[in-house]
Design a protein around this ligand. Structure first.
Ligand SMILES: CC(C)(COP(=O)(O)OP(=O)(O)OC[C@H]1O[C@@H](n2cnc3c(N)ncnc32)[C@H](O)[C@@H]1OP(=O)(O)O)[C@@H](O)C(=O)NCCC(=O)NCCS
Length: 262
């Protein structure tokens, strides 16, 4: 089920048209995302039937307390926009009704969709972009793991897109990250911390805390230390390794990690 305590992602329905119009006529919503404000309930109904009509990849973000749709979340082919997409790469898009902004709702909804994509598809990456003058959207993407590609594009097919640069971001879905000190898998929860308390993207919490390495050691000392966990590592291995085999493997690999790279 695509839901959290406060929101649910569900298919759009014809009877959402009036609510959609209520939010989508707001000139602060659509133009930030590259589409014009809706002009009538009929137009909103048309959008529900022709744009929001694929329930496999487009959802209403329902506020559970009221049952009302308060935004949209989705992904789909990137062929009709100007983003520098890889072959067949899909694009993601979203919006939230203005009264609900800055309460973490879009981030929550995007994370739900990403988790759903990971569990139900073999999609390798998603691309997206936001007008540079709409930084809140970029922040949402970054909070969900998207990284800037470094590219900026102009897309005249977008409403008011002529003079508004779009910053491009991509989410790699297949990428497995490892701590660049001890080599353990680096999930969001296991990330170490920078001096300002933010998470560090390179090192795990055991190796890096408050902006510094937790122990001063050589690469070989780190390998010795990690070898003590060979039984844990073996639980995820098709064929168990001896401690010495594990050390040999690390001696090949660790020189490639950021901390030990010459
Ligand atoms: C962009 C949008 C979807 C964000 O939805 P939301 O539910 O408010 O997003 P969240 O609350 O999850 O996160 C918003 C983040 O942007 C930040 N933010 C808000 N305004 C900002 C600004 N002017 N500059 C920089 N960051 C800003 C918030 O502080 C928050 O980040 P934080 O959690 O680190 O503090 C919503 O504003 C919207 O629908 N805008 C119009 C349509 C649109 O832009 N769609 C996306 C098109 S690419």
């Amino acid at each position: 089920m695509l839901e959290t305590d406060r929101i649910r992602l569900r298919p759009w329905r014809d009877d959402d048209a009036e609510t959609l119009y209520k939010w989508a006529k707001d000139p602060d919503v659509g133009p930030r995302a590259g589409w014009p404000p809706h002009a009538s309930v009929e137009e909103s109904l048309e959008v529900i039937r022709t744009v929001f009509n694929d329930a496999t990849n487009t959802w209403a973000i329902e506020w559970k307390e009221t049952g009302e749709a308060i935004g949209a979340m989705g992904y789909g082919p990137s062929c009709d926009c100007n983003l520098p997409a890889r072959e067949g790469e899909l694009i993601t898009g979203y919006w939230i009704a203005k009264p609900y902004w800055n309460r973490g709702i879009c981030t929550e909804a995007l994370k739900l969709m990403i988790e759903h994509i990971k569990q139900t598809t073999d999609i390798k990456s998603l691309i997206s972009g936001h007008f540079v003058d709409n930084p809140a959207s970029g922040r949402v993407m970054e909070k969900c793991g998207f990284k800037p590609t470094g590219e900026t594009v102009i897309d005249e097919t977008q409403y008011q897109g002529k003079d508004r640069p779009i910053r491009v971001l991509r989410l790699e879905l297949m990428e497995q990250k490892f701590c660049q000190s001890c080599g353990m898998p680096l999930t969001e929860e296991m990330k170490g911390t920078n001096a300002d308390g933010t998470k560090n993207d390179d090192y795990c919490i055991y190796c890096y805390k408050d902006g510094a390495f937790t122990r001063d050691c050589t690469m070989e000392e780190m390998i010795d230390f990690c070898a003590g966990f060979v039984d844990e590592v073996n639980k995820n291995m098709p064929k168990p390794m001896t401690k010495e085999e594990y050390k040999q493997m690390m001696r090949q690999w660790f020189p490639l990690l950021k901390r030990w790279k010459q």
